[in-house]
Design a protein around this ligand. Structure first.
Ligand code: AMP
Length: 419
């Protein structure tokens, strides 16, 4: 066994695959920027209390999956398991909600959940998220969903589906909750699931086990208990999506794992991923600000999983564009040439050309091997005799042709040839 191993449930991003991760993050961010979302970055850890109150004491995330620690000073902290509670905390702390509303923010970073690792499920993973704080407007829910769809489409992803539901609000949800509890209490369920009926009955609908799902046929559904305001709101979201050419499937059982959602709830799933099929999800969370001790601040947001989006692209065989690799590789022969070509490489880079250098004092043969491996189009080769004549050799690595070029004009010549 290797002496070096990353912790269980984690993996390293290394070139060239790491480029796909950057491309995915950028592709998700681009539509958000065009829609007026500003970038926010919050710490990797928060007071544990924030997540306990914000994500919900009854969720798996809080009860089983948080990485918590007590500092030397006795403060209880948790590595962030998700982004929304932190973004809302930061916005309230910095009084963003006192300015123009909605406050539209996007973020990108690492999240941590102590889950059982499997394909597509990690203990450290990466999300890009967006939150629109302080407005209750179906157009805002629709905007966010459309931006996510546009991001996936811009990456070339095709086989993803949007599942949509409404979870009601503080008017109609408690009524439905009681009706659902009555139904669930009549079923044959294990001890833990029975406890869940008391704490968070909606989550039972989300149970993946077949023996549970079988009994849920005929369960009362939120959509049949929505109040008029929620029904009207949901209809507007749906018609705005349809007008934007966004297809969706109504999924009355979609509840999602976090406690704070109200009204619009959605998930993006990809069919090429096996059991961990959710590539992103989100919804409206009108009560969250009050749950963490803030003022009323109706809001909506989503988080898209970067790791799973990369897996989805792979499953569809989509190649993401990678930035230009090395175009020119410098091969110096001797100390004087090292200094001269090192300057040439610096100048090339400053002129916008991707250039690299044979580091480590390699001999001609090894240096040319590196040049070929780098994928460069040209090698710039020079020895003492070339320099004495004020020139370098420019070698076309595709054709093998080699021609002398004046040292002082080599950067311009290469730029012209590359165009
Ligand atoms: P959630 O906050 O659970 O709705 O997660 C939003 C998205 O983040 C999911 O749709 C996944 O794509 C991704 N995600 C959540 N948990 C994990 C995990 N443990 N490993 C990899 N991706 C995850």
């Amino acid at each position: 066994m290797s002496t070096f191993s990353a912790p269980k449930g984690t993996y390293d991003l290394i070139p060239p695959e790491s480029e796909t991760f950057l491309a995915v993050r950028e592709a998700i961010a681009a539509p958000l920027r065009r829609a007026g979302y500003g970038y926010i970055e919050t710490p990797g850890f928060e007071h544990t209390e924030l997540f306990a109150r914000g994500v919900g004491e009854s969720t798996d995330i809080v009860t089983k999956e948080m990485y918590t620690l007590t500092t030397k000073g006795g403060t209880e902290l948790a590595l962030r398991p998700e982004g929304t509670a932190s973004v809302l905390r930061a916005a309230l702390q910095r009084n963003l909600h006192r300015g123009a509303l909605p406050v539209k923010l996007w973020y990108s970073g690492s999240y941590y959940r102590y889950e059982r690792p499997q394909a597509g499920r990690y203990r450290h993973f990466s999300q890009v998220g967006a939150e629109a704080l302080g407005a209750e407007d179906p157009a805002l829910d629709a905007e966010l969903i459309i931006l996510a769809v546009d991001a996936y489409r811009s990456l070339g992803l095709r086989n993803f589906r949007l599942l949509l539901n409404s979870l009601g609000d503080r008017e109609c949800r408690p009524v439905y909750r009681a009706v659902l509890q009555d139904f669930l209490r009549g079923l044959d369920l294990d001890e833990e699931t029975r406890r869940r009926i008391d704490i968070n009955p909606l989550r039972v609908l989300d149970d993946k086990r077949e023996e549970v799902q079988k009994q849920l046929d005929g369960a009362p559904m939120m959509r049949d208990h929505l109040c008029d305001a929620c029904r009207e709101y949901h209809e507007q979201v749906r018609s705005l999506l349809t007008a934007a050419g966004v297809e969706f499937t109504d999924d009355p059982k979609l509840v999602r794992g976090l406690d704070y959602y109200t009204r619009t709830t959605f998930e993006f799933v990809h069919d090429g991923l096996g059991s961990q099929s959710a590539v992103g999800g989100g919804g409206r969370y009108d009560g969250l600000s009050e749950m963490i001790g803030g003022p009323a601040l109706p809001s909506v947001g989503w988080a898209l999983g970067v790791d799973r989006t990369v897996l989805a692209l792979k499953a569809e065989g989509v190649e993401t564009e990678v930035p230009a690799r090395t175009e020119v590789f410098a091969v110096p022969l001797g100390e004087e040439a090292r200094r001269a070509l090192f300057s040439v490489v610096t100048e090339l880079r400053r002129a916008g050309v991707a250039a690299d250098f044979a580091f480590g004092g390699k001999g001609m043969k090894n240096a040319m091997k590196s040049a070929n491996r780098s994928g460069a189009r040209y090698a710039v080769v020079a020895g003492e005799r070339d320099l004495a004549e004020g020139q370098v050799q420019l070698k076309d690595l595709d054709s093998g042709d080699q021609n002398p070029v004046a040292l002082e004009s080599v950067v311009t010549t290469i730029k012209e040839k590359l165009q």
